[in-house]
Design a protein around this ligand. Sequence first.
Ligand code: ADP
Ligand code: MG
Length: 256
Amino acid sequence: MSDITRARVLEHLRRLYLLHVADRLDGLLDDAARRDLSYMDFLDEILQAEAASKADKRVRMGIQIAHFPALKTLEDFDFAAQPGVDQRLVRELATGRFVAQAHNVLLFGPPGVGKTHLAIGLGREVIKAGYSALFVTATDLLAALAKAEVEGQLAAKLAHFAKPKLLIIDELGYLPLEKRSAHLFYQLVQRRYEKSSILLTTNQLVTQWGQVFGDEMTAAAILDRLLHMSHAQVIQGDSYRLRQKRKAGILGAKGD
Ligand code: ADP
Ligand code: MG
């Protein structure tokens, strides 16, 4: 191969954004020569490597954009330790189909049972399936909306939170909301309704949502939209962390 041809190939690879191949051209050529690959097999291999590298990059960027608060995966989730979690449902949700259908997911349960872990794990799978996701706590979400409203930027902020295909809202109900916040929350839910998915985690059963939102009517309107086309998982049982500590003998046995 002449230097001119090599330079032209490299330039075309870069212009076509086939950067994975461009960065490894010499190695790939040597390898193909050594293994005596056919033209078709060579083409197949380099295109596969380029496609895999692009997919990898897309997932890594998607995960960065999602702002997950911790690195948690479904592989790390110990289903045996939490028999209350419907593993089949989680596997189904992990395909990302619920996002394609704009269905919502609601995870209910007391602190420490793995709601946030599952939410992040599912978020990662949804991104791998090709969708955008954004993680936010209910507190941060409402603070951002309230601030935007004061600054006359509410429409833009609502658009920001309406955009990702999956919005994960963590920890609803830890603090009761003011009436205005409840209404802002309603506006966001309404914006996303039947268009894109919300994955919500909460420590409050729906019967308590009137108190969470400080108003039965608003709570009912929010619930109506969230629950329509939704998958719900109630996780009962002990805090995983406390159980680990109990196992390690740091805490007394349950009931002590
Ligand atoms: P929640 O959001 O319900 O309060 P978290 O998801 O924050 O609970 O879980 C608390 C901690 O315990 C996290 O570090 C999480 O990774 C871990 N954890 C909870 N349940 C499990 C589980 N079944 N398998 C592995 N780790 C778990
Ligand atoms: Mg949590």
